[in-house]
Ligand binder design. Structure first.
Ligand SMILES: Cc1cc2nc3c(=O)[nH]c(=O)nc-3n(C[C@H](O)[C@H](O)[C@H](O)COP(=O)(O)OP(=O)(O)OC[C@H]3O[C@@H](n4cnc5c(N)ncnc54)[C@H](O)[C@@H]3O)c2cc1C
Length: 458
């Protein structure tokens, strides 16, 4: 069957499924990954399996890998389109020591210091899990220099970063440090309008498609099946079994793990209705930079970077000498290719690095990030009936999705450590939004407000 054409206007609040066998978004990652690993093709007959995982992004693949490798569970991944077609093949490849969108000070305010420390510990363990899988499964995914630069876009913000660094060091024993504007310029990058940075020791850049292909190959090696072009279009429950209907066959499963990220339609299962908000993020990649362009950016590292805007930019020099940058984009899928969103991103790039006005833009794409209504993900069992989900990463899923997959697999296998239930990401369902039809109007207002704040804050 020829691949369905890529639909740039796909919108999870409008379209019921993301497609069937649809082609990839035109990303640099897909273009530069090399061969796609083999998968098990489309579901073409009725099959029966212990656990079905819906979605083949980082979360679905990690869940399948852990289920197969650690728990010897018969597992089938069902992917609507091509392998890792969603956010996993479209992100910035920034693996940060983070989950969700809240910072450590906000954790303390919400849950107290003990829980905040335990959450930090879990995220550190998550990063270790992520690094261990890459090593143990021998995944070549273009790892960059270690660390993350959080760059102050206004002078007044450096004091806030200094506070954050002190909190990291004192409360969390996480040894971050402030670097001055001069040190930043001399040792890392000469970004215009930067006023110093918080340097985190943990963090790394990856090639996300190579990483996902590595997870997929490992999951299959350990016995999981990965079916592509197999969207779940309906879901029935009978006598304790789930029947997932795909275009050419029904998958009967005892348990189901939902790993559909920002591509989840509210109708997939009632347990998810309006429990997360899909938000568009876009990204561009330049041509390979010339020596003059590189010198103009004063860039001496390929460490991952973000700035301190509320509507932040994330960027880095890729290992082959291109620059990649992304930020928040349109509100709706129908507006995703409106040039004004591209212009906002490109202007951000040029403001940071005027020398790049002479570079061409070789790749431009966008994708739907899953943001929860309280800005934190959940990796939980839905109320009943052996349904599990890991969703709501809020744009911080490259590294933590592996730990989410590991924990979801433990829940499915019945070996989840109950001590972890003290953590807010494991002990409650994603909250549903009370004002469902107004969410996008609210988002529009918030974006205007945040853009204003990013401009006027000292
Ligand atoms: C432009 C962009 C930049 C980003 N940059 C970063 C970054 O630098 N660092 C970071 O940590 N995070 C980043 N993210 C977020 C990160 O990519 C995600 O958190 C992560 O990839 C989520 O993976 P996932 O497996 O949960 O979901 P996805 O990768 O989105 O996978 C979900 C899959 O489910 C499938 N699916 C949906 N419905 C069905 C159905 N009914 N039947 C079958 N299959 C279905 C979809 O086709 C899709 O392939 C970025 C995201 C975007 C869009």
């Amino acid at each position: 069957m020829p691949p369905e054409k890529y639909n740039p206007h796909y919108d999870p609040l409008v379209n019921k499924t993301p497609g069937c066998g649809a082609d990839y978004a035109p990303t640099y990652w897909v273009d530069s990954a090399g061969m796609e690993p083999e998968d098990d093709g489309m579901v073409t007959a009725d099959i029966s399996v212990d656990t079905a995982v819906i979605g083949s992004g980082f979360t679905g693949l990690a869940t399948a890998l852990f289920l197969a490798r650690e728990h010897h569970t018969e597992t089938a991944v069902l992917e609507a389109n091509r392998l890792s077609w969603g956010c996993t093949s479209r992100n910035g490849g920034q693996a940060q020591l983070a989950t969700g969108r809240l910072g450590r000070r906000q954790w303390i305010k919400k849950w107290g210091e003990t829980t905040a420390r335990a959450l930090h510990e879990e995220i550190c363990q998550g990063f270790a899990t992520f690094e261990a899988i890459i090593k143990d499964e021998d995944i070549d995914c273009d790892l960059t220099d270690r660390g993350h630069l959080y760059i102050a876009h206004k002078p007044g913000i450096l004091a806030r970063l200094a506070d954050e660094s002190e909190l990291n060091n004192k409360v969390f024993s996480y040894n971050t440090r402030i670097i001055s504007a001069d040190e930043l310029k001399a040792g890392y990058v000469d970004e215009q309008h930067s006023h110093g940075a918080l340097l985190e020791p943990t963090g790394v850049g990856v090639h996300p498609v190579k990483l996902a292909c590595g997870y997929a190959a490992a999951a299959r090696k350990h016995g999981a099946k990965i079916y592509t072009s197999s969207p779940v279009t309906a879901w029935e429950e009978k006598q304790g079994y789930h029947y997932l209907i795909t275009p050419k066959g029904t998958v009967k499963a005892r348990r189901v793990a939902i790993a559909t990220g920002g591509y989840t339609h509210a109708s997939l299962n009632p347990c998810l209705s309006y429990r997360y908000m899909p938000i568009l993020s876009n990204s561009v990649v330049t041509s390979v930079l010339t020596a003059d362009q590189l010198a103009g950016c004063g860039i001496k590292t390929n460490m991952i970077m973000t700035d301190t805007r509320i509507l932040r930019f994330y960027y880095r020099l890729l290992p082959d000498g291109r620059m990649q940058i992304g930020t928040r984009s349109a509100i709706t899928g129908s507006d995703a290719d409106n040039k004004k969103h591209y212009d906002l991103l490109i202007n951000g790039l040029y403001q940071k690095f005027p020398a790049l006005k002479t570079a061409t833009i070789d790749y431009s794409w966008w994708g739907w990030v899953d943001v929860s209504h309280d800005m934190m993900p959940r990796i939980v069992q839905a109320d009943n009936k052996n349904i599990f989900y890991a969703l709501g990463y809020g744009g911080n899923g490259v590294s933590f999705s592996v730990q989410a997959g590991k924990r979801m697999a433990q829940r499915i296998a019945g070996v989840f450590d109950r001590k972890l239930e003290t953590l807010p990401i494991y002990n409650s369902q994603l909250p549903a939004h009370p004002l469902r039809p107004l969410r996008r109007a609210g988002q529009r207002l918030l974006y205007h407000y945040y853009h204003g704040l990013d401009r006027v804050l000292p």
